[in-house]
Design a protein. Structure first.
Length: 491
């Protein structure tokens, strides 16, 4: 019998179905840039009154750096192909160091720009959250994954203290100067422009979750989730500065670690540290036994069914993600998932097949069994020794056979297993029990009241049920990939 998929689906999911090309689930959609000239997002002549203080944030996944002496633009205003340096630009150099500079509008030499550049670089082929907080032209701070970076002055020597604007366009994915066009190679997601200084805690708290209620100082917010096929990008801030895709910018499923709610921890001492995030159904995920001194850990929850469900059978209408910020050594951590009868999936009958499925990030289409350890007495699923970021979902991995399948497909020794007496008051007997069988009893709320692992084959075993309250219970016998189940009436 095929297990019926039973999920909790928020109303937002049905709203998303109205536009089949949209994807507002988790990280949703990102933009992919090929680094060639003429491929970018045109925002038009906007932000002409923008000045200090300001904050820019984005998730980036660079796949290559530009040639020596070239740059890769993330976001820039007032892109002028002739004349002078104007506006601001937020870009990488050819070794992956992050730069924020402004122009003075009076020329295109090194004396007509100024700003700062990080001493450290962003890694290729991985998602990194980047942020710049520019309180003034001399007070500029950079953050990688919420961690403050060392930065030095660039070689520019301009003297202006405010941003000088012109009538040229702002752009995502490129920066144009009087000398060249500097294009990003890779993916960008969750681009945010703030009028004001964001604190380091603000950046940490917001980097792994979407913004639903738009605050007044968020002047630009492009999550790129509106469509896989549209040639526009929606600015969900007010007033909206929507962009137009120019050239061969591709919209693809994002792998950035983004959810609807998140928590985080950054510390120099991880002894006994835990992160715990619940859900509307009282399920929760805990990250614990955190080792190797990561710089930080983020735990987030997506309040929807996954966009991709390949590999899943019967799963919850929400799932979790874990994003470690590694230090010098790769993190190692354990997880513990507590499931409840109210999660819409687990029942007394299928509880022995409770498990966690995982994938690396939202762009991966197929989920895989984590083969974690199930504790049906405490309703926990546990796994230790994790070393990478993951997204996890509670799933019932259906057995190959169940009791009401074609009896001819089941081994003879399964058909001869009998439970008696039923109803029963003090004891029950189970005939033809085999080595490595596992016996469970649960109440009708799915709580395990008895568990026993069989070490050797027996013609009959006896179970004392005198201590159980009268009522209806579910008796389950798990044998390899076969599940026998029977309702038991306790008198």
């Amino acid at each position: 019998m095929k297990t019926h998929i039973k999920v909790l689906i928020p109303a937002l999911f049905f709203a998303n179905l109205i536009s089949a090309q949209s994807n507002y689930i988790g990280s949703g959609i990102s933009l992919q840039f090929n680094g060639n000239d003429g491929n970018y997002v045109n925002l038009g002549d906007v932000y002409n009154d923008l000045n200090f203080p300001l904050t820019i944030e984005a998730w980036v996944y660079p796949t290559a750096w530009t040639a020596a002496g070239d740059y890769a633009g993330i976001m820039a205003t007032d892109n002028a192909s002739t004349g002078s340096y104007y506006g601001y630009w937020f870009r990488f150099n050819s070794s992956g160091k992050l730069i924020f500079e402004i122009g003075d509008g009076s020329g295109a030499g090194s004396t007509d720009r100024r700003g700062k550049v990080t001493t450290g670089s962003v890694a290729l082929n991985t998602w990194t959250h980047i942020a710049v907080v520019a309180t003034t032209v001399t007070d500029i701070k950079f953050y990688f994954n919420g961690v403050l970076q060392i930065a030095n002055n660039t070689d520019g020597g301009a003297s202006n203290t405010s941003i000088v604007h012109n009538s040229n366009e702002a752009a995502i994915g490129r920066h144009v100067t009087p000398f060249n066009e500097h294009n990003f190679i890779g993916k960008i997601d969750e681009l945010r422009l703030w009028t004001g200084s964001r604190s380091q805690d603000d950046i940490k708290a917001g980097m792994c979750e979407k913004i639903i209620t738009i605050p007044g100082n968020l002047t630009g917010y492009w999550n790129f989730d509106e469509s896989y096929v549209s040639m526009s990008t929606t600015d969900v801030a007010t007033p909206a500065q929507d962009g137009i895709v120019v050239g061969d910018v591709i919209k693809i499923t994002s792998g950035a670690p983004i959810g609807d709610e998140s928590i985080y921890k950054y510390t120099n001492d991880w002894s006994g540290s835990k992160l715990k995030l619940g859900s509307a159904t009282d399920d929760y995920l805990m990250v614990k036994k955190i080792e190797n001194n990561p710089l930080g850990m983020h735990l987030y929850r997506i309040d929807n069914v996954p966009y991709f469900t390949d590999g899943l059978s019967s799963y919850c209408g929400f799932y979790y993600g874990i994003f470690p910020v590694n230090g010098a050594v790769t993190v190692q951590y354990g997880i513990s998932y507590n499931y409840t009868a109210s999660n819409g999936v687990v029942t007394a009958e299928n509880q022995p097949y409770s498990t966690l499925f995982f994938k690396n990030d939202g762009s991966v289409e197929t989920w895989a069994d984590m083969t974690a350890t199930l504790d049906p007495v405490q309703n926990f699923i546990r796994e230790s020794g994790n070393t990478t970021r993951k997204e996890l979902i509670f799933n019932i991995q259906e057995p190959a056979f169940t009791q009401d399948q074609d009896q001819n497909k089941r081994p003879d020794h399964i058909q001869t297993t009998v439970v008696y007496p039923n109803p029963a008051k003090d004891v029950i007997n189970i005939s033809n029990v085999y080595a490595n069988d596992r016996i469970f009893m649960t109440d009708m709320m799915g709580n395990t009241v008895y568990i026993r692992n069989i070490s050797e084959t027996n013609e009959v075993i006896t179970i004392n049920i005198a201590g159980l309250p009268p009522g209806i219970y579910m008796l389950l016998l798990s044998r390899q990939d076969i599940l026998i189940s029977e309702k038991l009436i306790k008198l």
